[in-house]
Design a protein around this ligand. Sequence first.
Ligand code: SRM
Ligand code: SF4
Length: 562
Amino acid sequence: MSEVKLSVNERIKGESRHLRGTISEDLKDPLTGGFTSDNFQLIRFHGMYQQDDRDIRAERQAQKLEPLHNVMLRARLPGGVITPKQWLAIDEFADTHTSYGSIRLTTRQTFQFHGVLKRDIKLMHQTLNSIGIDSIATAGDVNRNVLCTSNPVESVLHQQAYEWAAKISEHLLPKTRAYAEIWLDGEKVESTEDNVEPILGDTYLPRKFKTTVVIPPHNDVDLHANDLNFVAISEGDKLIGFNVLVGGGLATTHGDTSTYARRADDFGFIPLSHTLQVAAAVVTTQRDWGNRSNRKNAKTKYTLDRVGIDVFKAEVERRAGIKFSESKPYEFTSRGDRFGWVSGIDGKEHLTLFVENGRLLDTVKPLKSGMREIAKVHSGDFRLTANQNLIVAGVAPENKAKIEAIAREYGLIDDSVSDQRKDSMACVAFPTCPLAMAEAERFLPEFVTQIEGLLDKHQANDTIVVRVTGCPNGCGRALLAEVGLVGKGPDKYNLHLGGSRYGERIPKMYKEGLSSAVILQELDSLIGLWVDERNSGESFGDFVIRAGIVAEIKVSKVDFHD
Ligand code: SRM
Ligand code: SF4
């Protein structure tokens, strides 16, 4: 039998001595601003990516300079919870030690620093550690930041669900002490039992792995983008267990028909007491059965389709020593964030702020300064949402007016922002993302203005979930949008249509490689058709499928490329 050739990443992980590599030696090397060979990959397991500013890459190349290497850091914040004290510290670090000076809220409920030079990396981790934050397992082949439906203090259920998100995150974390040793100058404990990885294994997972805890009726975490999902089921105010859904994911590769975006499959209901063992069983099944030769087919979604959903599920039951029972009924009736004030059952108030593209920076509006001013006076906490927005949570009623006044003064509340803009999202893309093929974050604001114009022109009186992603990796979750643009090249996007409003359908490619001008022409006529011919209350995504403009994707493996 011929031996299967493992991917290069498998060798790197295997030889890394539990994610240590020679990162410490590289840190001391003054000859380059970057990380060399295997360490380039290994720093990801510590929550960092090596990047350079693509806007000035050619210029530096012409000057025969190496790219201006720096790192992007992504913090670990299960459920997106962060305190004002922590906020003030990250705000200061962004100002003093990052080249972009911004805090970037992500689609997975955390924040990123962009542009940290090698000489400041240790300081960054030590600063974060001093405020109780780390960046362990926010990247690399591990379970990533665990998402939880936002505003967890809105009901007792939210609080319980958030606690489970935190427990699952802890349970699935790497056990290696490499992070503490390298970044926090922790005691070296190599080759002790501290390094045993009972769940992730010595070569970690075949690929990244993503988990959510979601509380219906709000699908604000977009569960179908994730490998493992726990849908909260309650009796009254009491969380009794979870429906478990496995195998979602959005990334594709242009021109490779073996890749596709896929919804997660329903495995059934489990009581709360089974949660951690089921989480571990799904992860270890994927660990042992996932493809370690071809990283493009390595995620859980492909493992499920290769071995069969029933076979995968039976293995999870065997490993966890449980049986799934029939899923309990639930329904999603919303997806985006609920902006403005919401009253909590604890007598506290919660304010959700819209942050376009999640970018907190003082540009047209002094958003970053506004957040700093709020953090100085706020006694509750902040909750980052999975849609790049932010909740000022737990405001005492007597402080409500003060917080609102600051938010208005600094543009964090702006009544002129349309619902359409709030329903739109883009990934980072240029200038920091090395994989970007087209603009996304910098493209979105003007594109939304154009869409607003089209909705007005046709008197739609409604919004459309619009998302842009700078390459087919799908970080902006365009492949769960009603209108999804997937970058292909400079001002070239594949146009996908027909996702559902609440994120339960993958949109189908309508046309390939269009310029933004042509996309707007297409949308002009499609929105016109929708307004003229839609059934009462019918969303754009549902309409384009009913009208036969695109076919519905039912089984991704079969229908995605049809
Ligand atoms: Fe992502 C890689 C940004 C959510 C699928 N993603 C990247 C990198 C790190 C580029 C790289 O590998 O060098 C991007 C860094 C850009 C930058 O300069 O900041 C990047 N991803 C992001 C963020 C910041 C987008 C945003 O605008 O918020 C999100 C950070 C989430 C977090 O806090 O952890 C982000 N990425 C996602 C999502 C959406 C989600 O998880 O809900 C997806 C699609 C869901 C999925 O996984 O299927 C996603 N990112 C990817 C992939 C494709 C993975 C695959 O299955 O093939 C890559 C590339 C890779 O892993 O090889 C990628
Ligand atoms: Fe970068 Fe592509 Fe992700 Fe956008 S979708 S952040 S371009 S990897």
